[in-house]
Design a protein around this ligand. Structure first.
Ligand SMILES: Nc1nc2c(c(=O)[nH]1)N[C@H]1C(S)=C(S)[C@@H](COP(=O)(O)OP(=O)(O)OC[C@H]3O[C@@H](n4cnc5c(=O)[nH]c(N)nc54)[C@H](O)[C@@H]3O)O[C@H]1N2
Ligand SMILES: Nc1nc2c(c(=O)[nH]1)N[C@H]1C(S)=C(S)[C@@H](COP(=O)(O)OP(=O)(O)OC[C@H]3O[C@@H](n4cnc5c(=O)[nH]c(N)nc54)[C@H](O)[C@@H]3O)O[C@H]1N2
Ligand SMILES: [Mo]
Length: 887
């Protein structure tokens, strides 16, 4: 039970202070009605009959909240949160609530399209799904036949699959591995891969799950918990539970006053890319002042307190103040507070990790939880709690030849690919493309040096055949040769499990209505393509796609899971949307409670689960305590007990990362001064950020959301503006090493004086009429059409300006992640002739910038220069294996 019981009414009041006054304005009668029924039912305003309710999993961003769709006369009329979902607890955000507009977007593509003009010219021939899948199968068969003829399985890597958001539960991997290609390229290096690579070698999983609700102290490094962030909705709810319900203190480090920073007890604006300096200095204080958890460090890490003290010696608060601008006094004070308030947890998202050397930043932040013994405690820094599901057998094996695009060899630690590099690798002849697939992917908008992607995808020599599965005419889709539109997330099947809280669960996506206008699920399209590539099964590919239809594919995932099977397997999930059901949402506390009204407690101390006698049978305990079976570590013996431990070779938390050392990086958390820290005084660092009502490139076409937020002036500190003679609303030019953009300035105290910040959801040059403010034009003939709001009721005339073409590629040599927040720019008044919305970017300069940043890779000269402290024989570093020309 939470220590402090507060009534739902108080809760709403306090919550209302956060979200605006909405909670307070509700009349008391309506409030009563809400209390009678928390959700799950809805009634027709016309007939009064109960509406059909179908559970689903949201995908308006990627947090996978549980939802229920209400359907009337075959049309989705309303969405709300699924009360059975333990992490979402019946709530959706603004994007989730307006998600049904994705279905009825008047500019949605309703039929497969074959290009008739030049790439990007917008001339299309409407074709059937059958014709479209036959065309693709023929192209794929050509590559496969050539690979067979030439006895070269590596040729199949010329089939490249690039995706952005992929919640297919392994469908794409199955498709590609069945075809024999390893050229799978995700978007994770523009998202948060350096966070993952900062964490995985240390404790196994790629993310933490904080026990926000039960904590007393939250140290937030660069995450916009209330507006964006991973698990935004569930994290924001539990963060409010903790801060409001449990009186936890929250301290936020952000270069900008995000709504989370503004809501925090303290906001500190560090110089960009210096979070690691602050975290290391805090660790220095905690170790030197004896505030650490000696037993936890000795038992559960691969270093000793003495080693840590020695390593942390140079990272004093005074040194960190010089690097970060945050005062040594504050750093000391917060370090002491964090170490002495129990339980406490850090949280971090993209602010620290989206820099060159972002992996070090993440590792330094994680260390604070480890040395204070807050790991896996109630109210602490916990392992994520996801749930797996089996892949239907047979599963295609991983193809034999590695792909240079799929795993660039000069980034051996970047376990989540380095997708920004793909076009440059192909342009340089390091890899070859025959067929390019794009799924949920919009690099011509969402990637750094976006204009390079445009040029690349337009080049028929480099990309001979290009297929997009998008239901929307995005900046990237409009360049395709063939579009085979997917359906929206409310019309298709997907398996899901997101560790959005401390209650692990499975959930699903299912068609809440039949796909509109004869459109077809991507999953069905994959089945059709494979059946046409290998019609008689003689290639050995067809057997991996022996699904009658997408629903049977889901059944194969879910019907044999112990526990779920007994409750009905897939059919249970269809009815409830989520499994298991932990209890009910309590009307007073909004917590999950059991039949007796007691809060359902999550499990803690997962690393201390003791191995059973059966698990120990045949196992050996090494002198280091590691318990191994068949050569694999399965646990660790500590003080005579056999624990399962963490997902590392030593089964302890590896603050010392051997894999980093192997490639000449510092094995212990450290700080590297970035070039952006050495900028000239009159230069600024460009930061980009997300806003609460938009998702990446995907929501500018959603009328409710576009009405709320459609322009993105650049934030600038008053001091910085004054030095340039700028006042709020002035037209400015932001110039980077590869181009410039012309926008307006928003002068605000809520930003570091050395930073200029531009949000990322606006300024489209495609994505339908509304996103481009071409709403007076008629809908295209391939489009759904039919929303008079868009032609008649749009009152705004500013669509914002998008910065991505002026941001160069620059990746973390460890995690391979794009350093979005490292771009040094100059900002001046706009120049004569400049027009609002101008974005001018140079191709050659972008390629040069790409080549320059390669020098940070472990094979490059800047790598050596930056790591004089690592005591290794540089010539003995393993060499990357690059095979030119396609493999
Ligand atoms: N509304 C909304 N929510 C989303 C998404 C969305 O598109 N819209 N997308 C989802 C996805 S894919 C992701 S990856 C997450 C991202 O979630 P977050 O990482 O929480 O959000 P971002 O806006 O990417 O960046 C976080 C903050 O980093 C700050 N920052 C920049 N540089 C620094 C720095 O050097 N130090 C510090 N301390 N802070 C810095 C920025 O000002 C920004 O406020 O959000 C998810 N949730
Ligand atoms: N400047 C800057 N840029 C950034 C970031 C930043 O911090 N700064 N952060 C980024 C982050 S965190 C992320 S995760 C990336 C995301 O970037 P992307 O992975 O490119 O993702 P989205 O914009 O979410 O969606 C891509 C495309 O999917 C297609 N699509 C939409 N709905 C569907 C559907 O139902 N089915 C199919 N098949 N396709 C669909 C649309 O064409 C859409 O344009 O962008 C990033 N871009
Ligand atoms: Mo992301």
């Amino acid at each position: 039970m939470s220590e402090l019981k507060i009534s739902r009414r108080n809760f709403l009041k306090l919550g209302g202070a956060v979200a605006g006054a909405s909670g307070l304005t509700l009349g008391s009668r309506r409030l009563k009605a809400m209390e009678q029924d928390l959700g799950g039912r809805d009634y027709s305003a016309v007939t009064g009959a109960e509406r059909k309710a179908v559970p689903y999993t949201c995908l308006t961003c990627n947090i996978e909240d549980g939802g229920v769709a209400f359907v009337e006369n075959g049309r989705i009329v309303k969405l709300e949160g699924n009360m059975d979902h333990p992490n979402t607890r019946g709530k959706l955000c603004a994007k989730g609530n307006s998600g049904w507009l994705h279905v009825y977007d008047p500019d949605r593509i309703m039929t497969p399209l074959m290009r008739t003009g030049k790439r990007g010219e917008g001339k299309w021939r409407r074709i059937s799904y059958d014709e479209a899948t036959s065309i693709v199968a023929k192209k794929l068969r050509e590559v496969i036949d050539r690979s067979i003829r030439e006895h070269d399985p590596g040729i199949r890597n010329e089939i490249v699959f690039k995706w952005g958001r992929n919640r297919t539960g392994g469908a794409i991997k199955r498709f590609m591995h069945a075809l024999g290609s390893n050229s799978l390229v995700n978007h994770t290096n523009i998202c948060e891969s350096s966070k993952k690579v900062g964490l995985e070698p240390a404790w196994g999983p790629d993310i933490e799950s904080c026990d926000w609700a039960n904590t007393k102290y939250i140290l937030n490094f660069g995450s916009n918990i209330l507006e964006a962030a991973y698990f935004m909705n569930p994290n924001a709810q539990r963060c409010v539970d903790g801060v409001v319900g449990n009186k936890a203190k929250i301290v936020t480090f952000d270069v900008r006053m995000s709504n989370t920073a503004g809501w925090s007890d303290e906001w500190h604006a560090p110089y960009p890319g210096t979070d690691a300096a602050i975290a290391l200095a805090m660790a220095h204080v905690i170790m030197n002042e004896g505030l650490y958890d000696d037993e936890f460090i000795r038992d559960w890490t691969n270093v000793t307190p003495e080693q840590l003290k020695a390593h942390l010696k140079p990272f004093t608060p005074e040194w960190a103040e010089k690097e970060s601008g945050v005062s040594a006094r504050d750093i000391r004070r917060i370090a002491r507070e964090f170490a002495t308030t129990k339980p406490a947890t850090t949280f971090s998202y993209r602010g620290p990790c989206k820099h060159v050397y972002g992996s070090y930043q993440e590792a330094a932040i994680q260390m604070l939880n480890v040395i204070t013994g807050n790991v896996e405690t109630r109210g602490g820094y916990c392992l994520p709690r996801g749930m797996g599901w089996p892949q239907p057998e047979p599963v295609p094996p991983k193809p034999p030849v590695p792909s240079v695009i799929g795993a660039p060899p000069i980034y051996p630690l970047a376990s989540h690919a380095v997708s920004t590099h793909a076009p440059y690798q192909v342009m340089a002849g390091e890899a070859k493309v025959s067929v390019w697939f794009a799924y949920y992917d919009n690099p011509v908008y969402t990637y750094p040096a976006a204009h390079v992607w445009e040029r690349f995808l337009k080049d028929e020599k480099l990309v001979p055949f290009y297929v997009s599965f998008s239901p929307y005419m995005s900046e990237t889709t409009e360049l395709a040769d063939l579009i085979i539109p997917d359906v929206t997330y409310l019309e298709r099947h997907d398996p899901e499990s997101m560790p959005g809280g401390l209650y692990p669960c499975l959930s699903i996506r299912q068609p809440v209505i039949q796909p509109l206008g004869g459109t077809q699920e991507f999953r069905q399209t994959l089945i059709d393509i494979i059946h046409k590539v290998d019609p008689d099964g003689s290639l050995g590919i067809k057997k991996y796609f022996a699904f009658k239809n997408p629903e049977e594919w889901m059944r194969a995932h879910f019907d044999n899971i112990p526990g779920l099977k007994e409750e009905g397997g897939w059919d249970f999930l269809k009815a409830k949307g989520v499994w298991p059901i932990y209890g009910k949402v309590d009307k007073e506390t909004a917590k999950i409670v059991d039949r007796n009204g007691e809060e359902v407690q999550p499990d803690y101390q997962l690393h201390k689960r003791e191995l059973s006698a059966a698990e120990m049978e045949g196992a050996e305990v090494g002198p280091d305590g590691v318990i191994r079976k068949d050569g694999h570590p399965i646990g660790v013996r500590i003080r005579g007990r056999n624990y399962v431990g963490f997902g590392t070779p030593s089964r302890r938390i590896e603050l010392y990362k051997e894999s980093y050392r192997k490639y000449g990086f510092n094995p212990l958390p450290t700080y590297k001064r970035l070039p952006s820290r050495n900028k000239k005084p009159d230069e600024l660092v460009l930061t980009t950020y997300k806003v609460n009502v938009h998702t990446q490139s995907r929501t500018a076409s959603i009328k409710y959301l576009a009405e709320l937020y459609h322009k993105n002036p650049a934030w600038m500190n008053p001091k910085t503006a004054a030095a340039r003679g700028l006042k709020d609303g002035d037209l400015i030019r932001i110039t980077s090493p590869i181009g410039y953009m012309v926008t307006r300035v928003h002068v605000t105290e809520g930003i570091h004086p050395d930073v200029v910040a531009v949000s990322t959801a606006c300024g489209h040059s495609a994505y339908g009429r509304l996103a481009q403010l071409k709403h007076k034009e008629k809908a295209a003939e391939w489009a759904q059409g039919g929303d008079p709001d868009i032609t008649h009721n749009v009152w705004w005339d500013d669509k914002g300006v998008h910065p991505n073409s002026i941001i160069p590629v620059q990746v973390d040599p460890i995690g391979g992640s794009q350093g979005w927040y490292d771009t040094v720019v100059t900002v001046t008044k706009a120049q004569p002739g400049d027009k609002y919305g101008d974005v001018v970017a140079d191709f050659e300069k972008a390629v040069k910038a790409y080549e320059h940043q390669l020098r940070y890779a472990y094979t490059g000269d800047l790598h050596r220069a930056n790591h004089p402290e690592v005591d290794i024989d540089w010539d003995s570093l393993p060499k990357p294996e690059v095979k030119a020309g396609g493999h």
